[in-house]
Design a protein. Structure first.
Lengths: 159, 177
């Protein structure tokens, strides 16, 4: 048997004419899918990635808010308002107002008071003296000599 | 190859149905034979051939002429269709189940029954070969395609096709003896 010759006879194998006619008509009647643009190809993946990004962002926001809410309920001794107020009142603050006047001896006002009662009550002449503190360090302070009130000092400055 | 095939393909790519109809008329019997030898059943071969050309029509806007024949593109679609067919129908078709009616009636009348049985015997032997051997035998000896075109359709080098062809024929002869 000549194999190659028999193989050539395979060309006699043909589809049924009826099938070919119906198949051809069906295919050509089918509307073609339009060619996809780059935007159409990329859009599904972009949609997914942007959705994932927004979801992740929201999760971070929600978790962050939740953890902040938990932390705000934790009682901290250092943030207790009563303690804070007591500490603030106990602080000895020295407020020094300078340059009340330029051409008179009333140049420095020293006032020592608690924060709750800060007020300037004395106008002083500069009389620096050195005193020793409890630790033995020498500190220059200004002795105040009650001479006039603040209103009087301001009047002097205005003139 | 079809006369004026290049311009016909261009028209078909542009969406002209009559141009694609001309391509269908020319290439459909070739694809049908190719599929039939692989699947064995006439009805299945018809269904797959229909799917191949439907897919070709749906995707022809993406076809680019790279200097290779249009048939190589159709063969690629047909091979994928056959692979999908066997993937979804895992039960392989038995050779005994083959319907002998796959010859067109006029052709069968011309050939005579002895010739038909001889051809069927070879066809069954081909079906026992590896798919790549089947492809090369069908393209080279049935359709008379040049080696270059077969190489393009099967994504192999021309040297590889020559080697496969030699091995396929050797194996086929061994089965038929």
């Amino acid at each position: 048997m000549e194999l190659e010759k028999i193989l050539k006879e395979f060309k006699n194998i043909e589809p049924r004419a009826e099938f070919s006619k119906i198949s051809r008509a069906t295919i050509l009647a089918t509307t073609r899918t339009p060619k996809k643009t780059w935007a159409q190809i990329l859009w599904p993946s972009l949609r997914f990635s942007s959705g994932a990004l927004i979801t992740g962002f929201l999760i971070v926001i929600i978790v962050g808010a939740f953890s902040t809410g938990i932390n705000s309920r934790v009682p901290l001794a250092s943030l207790d308002p009563i303690t804070l107020k007591a500490e603030a009142e106990a602080i000895d603050i020295q407020i020094q107002l300078t340059a009340l006047g330029y051409d008179n001896p009333l140049q420095v006002i020293n006032d020592t008071s608690t924060p709750s009662g800060v007020s300037i009550k004395k106008v002083a002449k500069i009389i620096p003296t050195e005193i020793k503190t409890e630790e033995g360090k020498e500190t220059t302070v200004i002795e105040t000599e009650p001479v006039i009130t603040i209103e009087e000092a301001l009047e002097v400055l205005v003139k | 190859m079809l006369d004026g095939e290049k311009s016909i393909i261009e028209d078909a790519v542009g969406g002209e149905a009559s141009a694609f109809g001309a391509l269908y008329d020319h290439y459909q019997p070739m694809i049908y034979r190719f599929v039939l030898v692989k699947v064995g059943h006439r009805e299945e071969a018809e269904d797959l051939t229909h799917q191949v050309f439907l897919s070709a029509w749906q995707n022809i806007h993406g076809y680019k002429d790279m200097g290779f024949p249009f048939s190589s593109w159709l063969y690629k679609i047909a091979r994928n269709a056959v692979v999908d067919f066997y993937r979804s129908n895992k039960e392989a078709t038995s050779i005994e189940q083959v319907n002998p009616e796959f010859f067109a009636v006029p052709a069968a009348m011309q050939l005579g029954m002895d010739k038909i049985f001889e051809i069927d015997k070879v066809r069954q032997a081909i079906k026992n070969l590896d798919p790549i051997y089947q492809d090369v035998i069908m393209m080279r000896f049935v359709e008379d395609l040049p080696i270059r075109e077969v190489a393009q359709a099967l994504d192999k080098s021309e040297g590889a096709i020559k080697l496969i062809q030699h091995r396929a024929m050797k194996k086929l002869k061994e089965i038929l003896i």
